[in-house]
Design a protein around this ligand. Sequence first.
Ligand SMILES: *Cc1c(COP(=O)(O)O)cnc(C)c1O
Length: 397
Amino acid sequence: MHTCGFGDLSSQLEALRDIDMYRSRRQVASRQGRELTIDGRLLLNFCSNDYLGLAGDPRLAEAFKSGVDRWGTGAGASHLICGHTEAHHALEESLAAFTGRERALLYSSGYAANVGVINALLTVGDQVFEDRLNHASLLDGGWISRADFHWYRHNDTHDLADRLTTVDGVRQRVLVVSDGTFSMDGDQCELEGLVELCAAQSSWLMVDDAHGMGVHGKDGTGTVDPARFTSADVPILIGTLGKAFGTAGAFVAGDEVLIETLIQRSRNYIYTTAIPAAIACATSRSLEIVKNEQWRRDHLKSLIRRFRNGASHLPFELMPSESPIQPLVVGDPASTLAVSRHLEAVGCLCTAIRPPTVPEGTSRLRITFTAAHTESDVDRLLEALRGAVAHNVSVSK
Ligand SMILES: *Cc1c(COP(=O)(O)O)cnc(C)c1O
């Protein structure tokens, strides 16, 4: 019998194992929340992006269920064919109002939105400038567009300014792209500096606020406060719905001309099935909760403060993050895995993050907090980390 051996793929997989870079999935046996059941054990969950604790909220489940009763399960087609329901449209209008933009456009994921937007706006001969620590989907969008790709140093507007002077912003389209809140470090972009620079250089600014929206700012509007930064300042704003909003999908917010261009030209929008209308129903409900339940953000802030106070006494490098993303950089993949396993043994789930998701030498525990955590949950995590240090689970500062 002929079998396909896939050439050297097996040996490449083995090589990944040898350097502790092999990734595998865990099967979760419970709904998202502050605790997860995995392998029959109940673990405190410190690695989700469910920042406001809404992914398992019964009110969203209720809205989702009535959405299914009303609209069925599948959208049936792409938005441009016959998949764009009144439920999708109503959500787009609410998201536009929330972000202070003329229009918003739903995508099936943040990954799809980022690649789809950059690719629709840029082509050969255009220029894209990206922060060193931007999310993979923003990088992929830049590469796929075939524009000339430029890095700039993380959050360094001087470096960006130097690099921008090399391009001709009149004859070429120039797009500057940044995470709003950086996904692996938890710090926020230098928004004011970026806005100023892009205005001076006639460049377009695109901010992906996947981790900021819902979490930061007045009513959870995120890193890009609509009262301060209009669409003239940040013409392309991305939000995702699978994190603080607790559902799925993503959206682009901006002027009419941007959104209409995407509808005509964005391949990731045109050639894909619309998200189920019931997801839009659940997200509309979620948006109300995000705006109205300020206590979730306040509680989250106090948990973060408590953690940072406690963790400052541990031999880990704390990052300058005010967000629920509180990474502890361990260094090499093997030690990071060791700490992660120790935490799990004592009941705390925090997955190790290794290259290429983060730069070489900065493997880390990407600890995240949600509004569902309690103060004693934070204390339990700190105790577990102290235990890891005491047991001499390899740690470098
Ligand atoms: C998670 C994330 C995305 C991808 O969003 P999905 O909806 O999960 O595909 C995009 N950008 C950033 C910065 C992210 O962290």
